[in-house]
Design a protein around this ligand. Structure first.
Ligand SMILES: *Cc1c(COP(=O)(O)O)cnc(C)c1O
Length: 482
């Protein structure tokens, strides 16, 4: 492929993408394929000689697209969104065009300094304390791993970095809630804490961490000779967007001298709204905080915003300086390779810059408020339907609910368990039907043993009508099952 050919094909691709977004509602959200079907359709051997681009593009359209789940489909309401937007898409294209590897200031001064500025914008936009500073990581899983490593080195006074875990006399313990994201346990395993040393603290009726139980768990560990190290609080749990009580938790962490990391991977975007900032009372004493613009802030995956208070500590945990990486400017500039795990870094700040400038802060807020408002509309419909029930509060744009023909009746105690099993089966069947048809995409969780449907209204270009259409569709499918 030469420059002339590239120019021509790039135009074709842009037209295809624009058409895709225009016609996306006509696609099934989820493909109708069996495991192995796509693989079997691909050639066994790589081509010996280069193929014309038209052939590649046509195979993309015919063999790949029909096997995709369409995350940018307005009726994709499963998991949490990983949304994008036109300005973000354009920035990704430019980033690919520049193809820069942004590990240090010298390797792309503009990428480093733009990241510094955009992260400062973001800090102000979500009202984090002035003494926090941000860096972009790939995912929340990585951001939390970085936080756990910082906590580990804080408590061990760099002994583990130096000598490994052998130097440790008692295990270091992490506290998080029963509803925490799976990445916390994974990170604890990778960082060497061990799964056994992750305490899953109980939750209240709203699935938020019970701070009293946290306090008791810490006391018990001290009593047993273990070393409490770190608390991970969640703002917006993955199951039901529960909000851990940050003010109480941060007070406990201060009294006990523990590292406090906040995982707001999804719901952090809601902090753009001043009316949603109650949930960060106590933020002044938080050590590290993560939220993902790549979930609900219209920025292509991957882009995780990680904020820390003590950046000297961060750099001390991660910095390395082999001869081949030394530059004359090291004392005067930021080298983000020392702010996390990987050496090589993508130029991720550009898409955030494009998104924030193109929407403007008020534009971002408007869209988020729309999502919250439409969620409230559907919530009322669920509450008013005698055969459906909400299973958790909906502080953001996630609805947790189920079909329950007996929603308004009291069960006799001895029938309860059988009845619950029957309702769980019914809802599993409902979700299977929805997923098979491909009109809309939802996922599930279990809350208190109840099979729970999750519906998130957060796709960038979703409309109120889409949300209503999906609710009516679910309701009709449900009633047909009864
Ligand atoms: C999605 C999510 C994560 C993981 O995010 P990645 O960026 O995919 O690693 C962690 N915590 C919470 C609360 C999440 O919702």
């Amino acid at each position: 492929m030469d420059n002339k050919n590239f120019r021509e094909k790039a135009h074709e691709l842009v037209d295809w993408i624009a058409d895709y977004y225009e016609e996306i509602r006509d696609y099934p959200v989820k493909p109708d394929v069996e495991p192995g079907e796509i693989l079997a359709s691909l050639p066994d051997e790589p081509p010996r000689n280069g193929e014309p681009f038209d052939q590649l593009f046509s195979d993309f359209k015919n063999a790949i697209v029909p096997g995709m789940t369409h995350w940018q489909h307005p009726r994709f309401m499963g998991y949490f969104p990983a949304n994008t937007s036109y300005p973000s898409l354009l920035a990704e294209f430019l980033t690919a065009g520049l193809g820069a590897q942004c590990m240090s200031w010298l390797t792309s001064p503009a990428a480093t300094e733009l990241e510094e500025q955009v992260m400062e914008w973001l800090r102000r936009m979500i009202d984090l304390p002035e003494d926090m500073e941000g860096v972009i990581q790939d995912t929340a899983s990585t951001s939390t791993l970085v936080a756990l490593l910082m906590a580990r080195e804080k408590v061990s006074n760099f002994d583990i970095n130096e000598n490994g875990y052998d130097s440790l006399e008692s295990p270091l313990v992490i506290y998080t809630s029963e509803q925490t994201h799976s990445s916390i346990e994974k990170d604890a395993k990778i960082a060497g804490f061990g799964r056994r040393n992750v305490r899953k603290v109980g939750v209240d009726g709203n699935y938020a961490m019970d701070a009293n139980q946290l306090q008791s768990a810490i006391r018990e560990d001290r009593h047993r000779g273990n070393t409490p190290c770190c608390v991970v609080a969640t703002l917006g749990t993955t199951g039901s967007t529960a909000i851990d009580p940050l003010d109480n938790i941060s007070r406990i962490c201060q009294e006990e001298g523990l590292w406090l990391h906040v995982d707001a991977a999804f719901a952090g975007t809601a902090l753009l709204l001043p009316e949603k900032r109650d949930m960060i009372q106590g933020i002044e004493s938080v050590d590290s905080f993560v939220f993902n613009p790549h979930k609900w802030m219209f920025t292509n995956f991957d882009c995780s915003a990680f904020f820390v208070k003590d950046t000297d500590h961060l750099r001390r945990v991660f910095s390395i300086l082999p001869e081949y990486l030394k530059t004359g400017e090291d004392d005067n500039v930021k080298n983000y390779r020392d702010w996390g795990i990987q050496l090589g870094r993508r130029f991720r700040a550009l898409k955030l810059w494009f998104v924030i400038r193109s929407f403007g802060v008020e534009g971002l807020r408007r869209r988020i408020r729309d999502h919250l408002e439409w969620t409230g509309d559907i919530r009322k419909k669920i509450e008013n339907d005698p055969q459906f029930e909400l299973l958790a509060p909906a502080p953001f744009n996630l609805l947790c609910f189920r079909l329950n023909p007996e929603a308004n009746n009291d069960f006799k105690a001895n029938e309860l368990e059988e009845e619950e099993k029957r309702i769980n089966r019914l809802n599993r069947e409902l979700l299977n039907t929805i997923q098979e048809e491909g009109y809309a995409f939802l996922t599930h969780t279990t809350l208190d043993g109840k099979y729970t449907l999750r519906m998130v209204i957060g796709q960038t270009y979703v409309s109120r009508q889409d949300a209503l259409d999906v609710w009516e569709y679910i309701r009709d499918k449900g009633k047909k099952l009864l």
